[in-house]
Structures are given as C-alpha cells and as structure tokens.
Design a protein. Structure first.
Length: 138
C-alpha cells in the first residue's frame, strides 16, 4: 500500500508535536531513569527526519538520537489507538529499542549512582556528616 505524499508531512507534523515530545521523554526515562537531569546519561534528543516511516502494523516509526549522538540510537513507534466508537486515544509509544552503546552507558551510570553514599541531596552536594568527638576519659 502506497502512502500518499501528504502523509509524509502529516507524519513529520505528528513526530514534532508536543504530544510526541511527551511520549519520547517518557520513553527516554524508561531507558534512563535519570534522563534530562545532570545525573543521567540522556540530556536531550534529536529526531532523524530521514528515518520517519509509516509502520506496516500501523503507527509511525521514528529514530531518535540521545544527546545528538548517532551511536546512541533510540527507535520508537508512535501510535494513536482506535476505540470501538471510532475515536482515537492519546498518542503513545508502541515499542521500539535502543543501541547497545546507550544500554552500556546507562548501565554503567546506574552502577556508579548506586555506589554513592546514601547521604546525598538532589543537588548532588554531599552532606557532611559530623563525626562525634572521641573523648579519652581517665
């Protein structure tokens, strides 16, 4: 089945919408729980407009790059499910995947974060714990 020329513009419009941005950000946080914070690996993403395609199963397949790095690839399929009454649900991510390099970076970052002392604050400043003075009572 051929996709009408106007459909390419429609897909690009959907992919660059605020609704799609929310879906992409949720997906990035599923990959990296600290995404878009200074503790995370993922700080931003770019959309590869040359890799926006209609999915044969329905929806729009999109390729994103974390931090603009083409080796940190994230693939997402956007879909707007159809209800029984013919209305549509909000846009959602319907699967995808991401590069091994991104997986490895996030896994290593999670290991490092897990090794931090528990006395940390959200601004990543270490809390200085006072040591009790030892007294030599004689």
């Amino acid at each position: 089945m051929a996709i009408p020329v106007g459909y390419d513009a429609y897909m690009r419009h959907v992919v660059h919408s605020e609704e799609a941005d929310a879906v992409f950000r949720r997906g990035m946080r599923n990959i990296d729980p600290h995404a878009f914070t200074k503790e995370g690996i993922i700080h931003s993403y770019t959309i590869d407009d040359d890799k926006i395609e209609h999915s044969p199963m329905g929806g729009i397949m999109v390729t994103l790059y974390a931090n603009g790095d083409r080796s940190l690839e994230v693939m997402v399929t956007l879909d707007r499910p159809l209800n029984e009454d013919g209305s549509r649900e909000p846009l959602e991510g319907q699967g995808g995947g991401y590069s091994r390099k991104l997986y490895d970076l996030v896994a290593e970052n999670e290991r490092k974060l897990a090794q931090r002392p528990s006395a940390m604050v959200s601004s990543d400043k270490r809390i200085q714990l006072e040591q009790p003075e030892l007294r030599n009572e004689e």
